[in-house]
Structure formats: structure tokens, C-alpha cells
Write a protein that binds this ligand. Structure first.
Ligand code: CTP
Ligand code: MG
Length: 240
């Protein structure tokens, strides 16, 4: 007699990283429809694309998804064939969704990454790059891209106040990586809402390190992003 082998994709039990995936947003800017993480890209929900790429990163040993509260069971069923995941109900704000997912990450996991489901085409190599920088000693790590547009500071009456030096600016993506204790401390200390988790670490006065991000890690926000992502899917695998 032998037990059936588990056909579900496995995560690396020897990995040292838990990834928290906020996926509970409505996707208002994408227009009417299902919650954004469940909208389809090339026939599959954004969340499936995101989790498949996270599960392909060798450092990842645990994935916790914060789902729209009404869809927790559906999300669990959807992801079961993709990777072993824990699914918790998200909150009304992204920060609450992250906190809910972080709460079920066991204390012994040393590195936590926070990754938007909406950045569903982020290559596993970016996940590994962020995790490696935390493993090497950084408290907090963010993937970034240079800013390509000229950026102006503008007054309330639409007159230009000045041109910002673009060379010192970076556009910030996810996954953002943290020593677990630092992320927990930042969340505990956060009095106001923050749009990214590294911002909460900055408020603690701790250093945040930048590593290169990826054009593929764009956030699906508006309908045009979904159209762009459809074309990006057809490109050769950047990690192949
Ligand atoms: N998110 C979440 N819980 C919330 C709000 C957002 O988990 N209460 C997640 C989203 O699902 C997304 C990520 O945070 O993966 C980034 O947020 P955003 O791109 O703003 O997504 P939405 O809030 O869904 O979009 P919108 O702001 O257009 O409604
Ligand atoms: Mg939002």
C-alpha cells in the first residue's frame, strides 16, 4: 500500500520566506466587475498569475492571501491546484489586509515579503532578488525603477512651480521584503494609513534599500494596464 502522491504544486519547505499577498481590493479604477484579483487576464484570474510566479521562487515556503471576505472559500479553491496557500479575509484598507495576512505568518519565518496581487506578472527573479537582499542583512528592501517621465511640481491653480530632479526619484513596486520583526514593528507603530509597507518602516527611522525592479511588475490599475499585460504575457519568459 502507498499513499497517493499529492498532485498539488509544492512550495520549498526549506525556503525562509513567507509572502503576504493583499488581494482584497475592489478594483474601482479598473471599472465595474468582480474584485480586481479575480478579474481575468488571458482566461485566468490575476491572483492565479501572481501566485504561480511566487510559488516558482525557490525561497518561498509559505504564501498567505488576503482575499475579499465574501470570496475566501472561492479563492482557496481557485488556488489549491496552483500552490498550497493560506487564505484569510482581507480588510477595508490595504494595510488592514496586509495586517490580517501577517497575523498568520508563524514567528519562526525570518523574512516576509508583501506582494500586491495586482502586480501579477512580477517574475520570480524579482522575488528572489528582494529576498536575497533581506537575507544579506537589510531590514527592508523595495524593488524600484527609474522614473522616465519629466516630473513637475504644480500649484493648485495648475501653474508649474518647478521641475523635480528626476535622477533622485524611483518608482516603487512590490514585492517589498522585510525582516519579519521589522515589518511587525512597523505595522504596530503605524498610526496613519500608508500606501506601502516600506513607508511604515521609514517612519520607524529604519533604512530601506532599493534593488532593481522589473517592467513586468507593473500594477494592474486601469483598463489600459490589463490590455498591456495581455501583450506582456506573450513575451518570452524573462527568467528562462
Ligand atoms: N488591497 C487589499 N485590500 C484592500 C485594498 C487593496 O488587499 N482593502 C490590495 C489589492 O487587492 C491589490 C493591492 O492591495 O492587490 C494594491 O491595491 P490597488 O492596486 O489599489 O487595488 P484596489 O484597491 O483593488 O484598486 P482600486 O484602488 O482601483 O479600487
Ligand atoms: Mg486601492
Amino acid at each position: 500500500m502507498y499513499a497517493d502522491r499529492d498532485v498539488t504544486a509544492q512550495l520549498n519547505a526549506r525556503g525562509d520566506v513567507a509572502v503576504v499577498v493583499p488581494a482584497a481590493g475592489a478594483g474601482v479604477r479598473l471599472g465595474p466587475g468582480a474584485p480586481k484579483a479575480l478579474r481575468l487576464l488571458d482566461g485566468e484570474p490575476l491572483l492565479v498569475h501572481a501566485v504561480r510566479r511566487l510559488a516558482a521562487a525557490p525561497s518561498v515556503r509559505m504564501i498567505v492571501v488576503a482575499a475579499p471576505p465574501a470570496d475566501v472559500d472561492a479563492v482557496h479553491a481557485l488556488l489549491a491546484p496552483v500552490a498550497p496557500v493560506t487564505v484569510v479575509p482581507g480588510g477595508a484598507e490595504r494595510q488592514e489586509s496586509v495586517a490580517a495576512a501577517l497575523a498568520v505568518v508563524p514567528d519562526e519565518v525570518a523574512i516576509v515579503l508583501v506582494h500586491d496581487a495586482a502586480r501579477c506578472l512580477t517574475p520570480p527573479s524579482v522575488v528572489e532578488r528582494v529576498a536575497a537582499a533581506v537575507r544579506s542583512g537589510a531590514d527592508a528592501v523595495i524593488p524600484v525603477l527609474p522614473v522616465v517621465d519629466t516630473i513637475k511640481e504644480v500649484a493648485a491653480d495648475d501653474t508649474v512651480l518647478g521641475t523635480v530632479d528626476r535622477s533622485v526619484l524611483r518608482a516603487v513596486q512590490t514585492p517589498q521584503g522585510f525582516r519579519a520583526s521589522v515589518l511587525r514593528a512597523a505595522h504596530r507603530a503605524a498610526a496613519d494609513l500608508h500606501t506601502d509597507d516600506a513607508g511604515a518602516v521609514e517612519k520607524l527611522g529604519r533604512p530601506v534599500l532599493c534593488v532593481p525592479g522589473s517592467d513586468l511588475a507593473l500594477k494592474i490599475t486601469r483598463p489600459i494596464d490589463l490590455a498591456l499585460a495581455t501583450h506582456l504575457l506573450a513575451l518570452p519568459d524573462p527568467d528562462a
